[in-house]
Design a protein around this ligand. Sequence first.
Ligand code: XMP
Length: 322
Amino acid sequence: SWTEANIIDDQVDAIRAQIGGKQVVCGLSGGVDSAVAAALVQRAVGDQLTCVFVDHGLLREGEAEQVERDFVAATGVKLKVVDATDQFLAALAGVSDPEQKRKIIGREFIRCFEAAAREIVAEGEAVEFLVQGTLYPDVVESGGGTGTANIKSHHNVGGLPDDLQFALVEPLRTLFKDEVRRVGEQLGLPADMVWRQPFPGPGLGIRIVGAVTADRLDILRRADAIARAELSAAGLDRDIWQCPVVLLADVRSVGVQGDGRTYGHPVVLRPVSSEDAMTADWTRVPYEVLETISTRITNEVREVNRVVLDVTSKPPGTIEWE
Ligand code: XMP
């Protein structure tokens, strides 16, 4: 019968049988799938696993720490952190086009991951396996194949070069998302990670309308943290599929704060309810929660003088603005 404990035992046995005494790498994104997959493999083969976390500098407040500190503390995983913020910002400089941003972020991500994997190999370890957090719905969608194919990163970009081929370890292949979360809980992973709502691989890079800069990321990160904290405090996390906060960095609007006129930026709240992200409805967040978020953001984030609510369903609007 299906219990989290059975799943874990079965997977640990299967992973040991597959990997034997070989080395294995896993890329962590901050998301639940890669975290649970890594934790299972760690439980099975311990230090034969090296996790790689490419910090692209586009995560939300607290998310890098969640990986580097809390996840490591909970699992004892061996982690290699690549601090690539400057590299990503340089590559993104002056780029406003959403698809262009996605391409650049995906390309830099692969470059960083590849370099880290090469370093691990150069340290003398024969790395033969790569962990992927592929879920059952992904398996069905892609026709059910498995093997040594491309890295399907959370950016959905192309593969690693031919001389860096790995066999895939996919311990979540039979599971749905809610089952993955329960397994994650059972493995003792941080609750914020296990229950994290969907967040795109390109991160805050596609939530800044306009070019991405360190200053703009900082503004968005602070506004986003307030929105998330207040939605959680209001008990709305399970009603809301996700709530992008979007900085309209190329738009300015006039405001009045204190005794002066301001010329700041609007942020958009985009709370949506959904089953699978294919379609979505805008969530009817109670007015008093919206009011608290708006007041706090405009008081605490000096650069933002206007908070607006997106009331568009999908279709016609996508969930993300870019
Ligand atoms: P849209 O905006 O297309 O989003 O309605 C549907 C879901 O996909 C997420 N999303 C992405 N995830 N890379 C990702 O890994 C991306 O480039 C990307 N774009 C959108 C979005 O957050 C939502 O959950």
